[in-house]
Design a protein around this ligand. Structure first.
Ligand code: 2F8
Ligand code: CA
Length: 130
């Protein structure tokens, strides 16, 4: 194991939970600079893993390109989704980026759409053995 400090292994990826709140785009850039990208959640196991960490974290999902068309940072559309009840609601018409919201209990549905310019933590993911 010769991976950088703070990266956690789960499944076939490594994850870094940031400690500095930034905009969605800045958080994404931080991930890219470290050879990763914002997390793409594509299994129930991964969603459960992510939900084991408390905080408000940007995930790699947005509808920046086309309103209402949610896409992961690798360009793939949503397959399984874990929106909170009532989300995404594009509140105020300005919510194009997805966050994993605070976890108060063991809820599975934890995503919310929020304004991309808000400052939140971020979760980076990089494939372990590409
Ligand atoms: O009630 C859900 C709603 O709560 C807030 O708006 C009042 C969130 N706004 C921000 O985080 C800026 C909405 O995204 C959320 O849908
Ligand atoms: Ca919302």
């Amino acid at each position: 194991h010769h991976f950088k400090m703070g990266w956690r292994h789960f499944g076939s990826s490594f994850y870094l939970f940031s400690t500095v709140e930034k905009t969605w785009e800045q958080s994404k850039q931080d991930c890219v600079r470290s050879g990763a990208d914002l997390v793409i959640i594509d299994s129930r196991e991964e969603q459960n893993f992510i939900n084991g960490f408390n905080g408000m974290f940007w995930i790699g999902l947005s509808d920046i390109e086309t309103e209402g068309s949610w896409k992961w940072v690798d360009g793939t559309p949503l397959t399984i989704e874990y929106w909170k009840r009532g989300e995404p609601n594009s509140f105020g018409g300005e919510e194009d980026c997805a966050e994993r919201m605070l976890i108060y209990s063991n809820i599975e549905q934890s995503w919310n759409d929020a304004p991309c310019g808000q400052l939140k933590l971020g979760i980076c993911e990089k494939v372990a053995y590409p």
